[in-house]
Design a protein around this ligand. Structure first.
Ligand SMILES: [Zn+2]
Length: 368
């Protein structure tokens, strides 16, 4: 056992990769690294390099997974895995670590394999999360930080993370819950706590918690910042001077008359929407009975951009605002789609309910 451990510690990353890399063509494990060439040991398929990374993303996959040339994929300045004792635990015992979707880091390690879809200096393998080019049971520790919200099928990606993890190995993951839309390549799904656990079903949960960087105050702060950023300049003062008390106690329908709701820019509306709403049609086929809805005219359905036109408040003046704030809504709720404003109010309301009474009183005076 001791001898085996020493042999593993001496193994270079290249030698380990030669054993565990999985061929995208013949699906067999094992590659040769000779004279600067990396080839499948079974079928001879060659893997090219981009910078120092072996490129396992085919042209077909680039299209399938919407990958475009960029250097803007999670370009963060993280310095490695300080604060993650599992990393030290595993590498000090000669184990192997995979950071799947590592981003740009000033950190490498001889027993750490970093994958990404952009060839940063720290990246060993270019690969998509839905198709990892590694043999089953290859890594003692698999890390996936802020990645699964960006893959088009998080369940397939999670299965891949589980597949390449050795029996007894550890997976460390974090996935946003109440976070604004962000980041290339795409931001598809956020996860509730149940969603997180559903993704990793089959693994034994050692611990699952809200980290310091994920405190609810950050959800509120981020939403507020986005909201302010996407308001036209002239309405920001009004937004910034609202009190938490007003946010919590003003009725949702009354907000719909407010210029900070009407004039929020479209991009901001999407980034922090409480919910989105769509009409979709199943394509028609020959030789089938079509739905009576086939000739339904969808052109009359209002978009979130135009839904407010009925209010005729596009030219509202500052002087009218006091009246507007208490005007009763004349439009039925079914005509108004749920908006990020409702999301904002509900979020703050939930947050405030969790606070002790003296802090609730203090918050009433506090202005964002
Ligand atoms: Zn092959």
């Amino acid at each position: 056992m001791q001898q085996k451990r020493q042999i593993r510690l001496k193994m270079t990353k290249e030698k380990y990769l030669a054993q565990i890399l999985k061929c995208p063509v013949c699906s067999k494990n094992g590659f040769t690294f000779e004279d600067g060439r990396t080839e499948c040991a079974s079928c001879g398929f060659k893997i090219n390099k981009v910078n120092s990374a072996l490129n396992f993303i085919s042209a077909k996959e680039s299209i399938e997974f919407s990958i475009i040339a960029t250097d803007n994929v999670s370009a963060n300045t993280s310095n490695g895995y300080i604060g993650y004792p599992a990393f030290d635990h595993v590498v000090s015992r000669g184990g192997w670590v995979l950071d799947c979707g590592a981003g740009s880091k000033q950190f490498t390690h001889p027993q750490l394999v970093q994958t990404e879809i952009a060839a940063y200096a720290n990246i060993d393998i270019l690969a998509v999360n839905q198709k990892l080019p590694f043999a089953d049971d290859s890594f003692d520790l698999v890390i996936s930080f802020d990645v699964l919200e960006h893959v088009n099928d998080p369940f397939i990606s999670a299965e891949e993370l589980k597949r390449v993890l050795k029996p007894g190995g550890i997976l460390i993951a974090d996935i946003p819950f109440l976070q604004a839309e962000h980041g290339y390549p795409h931001h598809y799904f956020n996860a509730t706590r149940q969603g997180f656990l559903r993704l990793f079903e089959g693994l034994h949960v050692l611990t699952h918690f809200v980290p310091i960087a994920g405190q609810p105050i950050e959800s509120l702060r981020q939403t507020m910042r986005h909201y302010n950023h996407h308001l036209p300049e002239q309405w920001r003062g009004r937004f910034l001077n609202l009190t938490v008390h007003e946010f919590i106690h003003r009725e949702y329908n009354d907000w719909m008359h407010d210029p900070i709701v009407q004039f929020l820019k479209t991009e901001g509306r999407w980034e922090i929407a409480s919910t989105t709403h769509g009409y979709l049609r199943k394509p028609s086929k020959e030789l089938t009975t079509e739905s009576v809805a086939v000739d339904f005219d969808a052109s009359q359905i209002g978009e979130s951009d135009t839904i407010f036109e009925d209010f005729e408040l596009r030219t509202v003046s500052e002087q009218d605002l006091a009246k507007i704030a208490i005007t009763k809504n004349k439009v039925s709720e079914s005509e108004v789609p749920l908006t990020r404003k409702q999301h904002l109010i509900l979020g703050i309301r939930h947050f405030a309910q969790l606070l002790p009474t003296p802090i609730k009183e203090l918050l009433k005076k506090f202005r964002f």
